[in-house]
Ligand binder design. Structure first.
Ligand code: HEC
Ligand code: HEC
Length: 257
């Protein structure tokens, strides 16, 4: 009974199907045109600088890092970042004494591709969030005091010492006219904001590269455009002077952390 009635409807079903196919065949080219128009006018997708947000959960993961496990993992890092967290190459960053939040955030940003680096992205992809917390805990413990016996790029004397006055002014006072806050109000030692690394034991060439990357838009992982907005306002001379000043171990807080 029911079987028969289904068969009875079959022809009308087929007709409907044929009708729909025709409608779609006619509508498709139109839809194609219609779809292309809004895409051309669409806003570019909003680019989020980092997947890291300073939530309670994130802070809990970072603060639970196990420095001993970090020490074991750090064998994979020492040929570039140095046995004691001081690299032998000026363009490779020192990791000794790096603030944990900053360290962890950079590892996540390399992992997600929010910060690009041919060398670091592959390395970070091979580490879990916990591994990164363990490494952060380990490197934060390493002393930043200088050791003349170690093979280190840091500190390097300033190539142009005449830049020192301008550098210290920006570090201590900033520049109110351009809206640049003092570097030391975010990077220490006066105060730290979450995720801002200390700069006092960092290699000058590395710092210079990062300032360039922020100002030319090739590094965009700073939350709220904090560093890009500052770096874009600095002149080339100021960027060099600031990098050389910190890189010479003259920045406030050097060797005291
Ligand atoms: C082959 C060399 C190499 C190795 C091995 C390496 N790194 Fe790096 N690392 C770099 C370079 C180069 C950069 C700078 C990237 C850039 O250009 O921005 C960097 C940057 C970093 C930064 C960011 C520092 C900052 O101040 O923002 C962290 C954190 C870091 N590396 C951690 C590690 C850890 C942890 C390991 C080991 C698991 C490791 N690296 C292994 C070369 C290396
Ligand atoms: C309003 C706070 C603030 C001020 C002021 C500030 N910075 Fe930063 N800076 C940050 C933050 C936050 C980061 C980390 C960005 C990220 O998440 O990757 C950063 C990162 C950097 C880096 C990259 C370091 C690394 O290890 O990769 C450099 C270099 C730097 N700042 C230099 C400076 C200099 C020089 C000044 C002064 C002219 C300055 N900053 C002033 C907040 C600040």
């Amino acid at each position: 009974m029911s079987h028969a009635s289904q068969e009875g409807r079959a022809p009308s079903g087929a007709l409907w199907l044929a009708a729909w196919v025709t409608v779609f065949a006619l509508a498709l080219p139109l839809a194609g045109d219609g779809a292309a128009a809004p895409a051309a006018n669409a806003e570019p997708p909003i680019r989020i600088p980092s997947d890291v947000a300073w939530t309670k959960d994130t802070l809990a993961v970072i603060s639970s890092g196990d420095a001993f496990h970090g020490l074991l993992l750090a064998r994979r890092c020492s040929h570039c970042h140095g046995e004691d967290g001081f690299s032998a190459v000026g363009t490779f960053p020192n990791l000794a004494g790096l603030d944990r939040l900053s360290f962890w955030k950079q590892m996540q940003d390399f992992r997600s591709g929010k910060r690009t680096s041919a060398l670091m992205q592959t390395i970070a992809e091979g580490l879990s969030q916990r591994d990164a917390a363990d490494l952060a805990a380990y490197y934060a413990l390493l002393p930043t005091a200088s050791d003349p016996l170690e093979k280190r790029a840091f500190p390097q004397p300033m190539q142009d010492p005449s830049g020192a006055t301008g550098a210290i002014r920006l570090i201590v006072f900033g520049d109110g006219q351009r809206g640049i806050p003092p570097c030391q109000s975010c990077h220490g030692p006066v105060s730290y904001i979450q995720g801002a690394p200390p700069l006092a034991a960092q290699n000058g060439s590395y710092l210079a590269e990062q300032l360039d990357h922020f100002s030319n838009g090739s590094r965009t992982n700073d939350i709220n455009v904090r560093m890009r907005s500052i770096a874009m306002q600095l002149t080339a001379e100021e960027k060099t002077a600031l990098s050389e000043y910190y890189g010479a171990g003259l920045g406030p807080g050097a060797n005291s952390r």
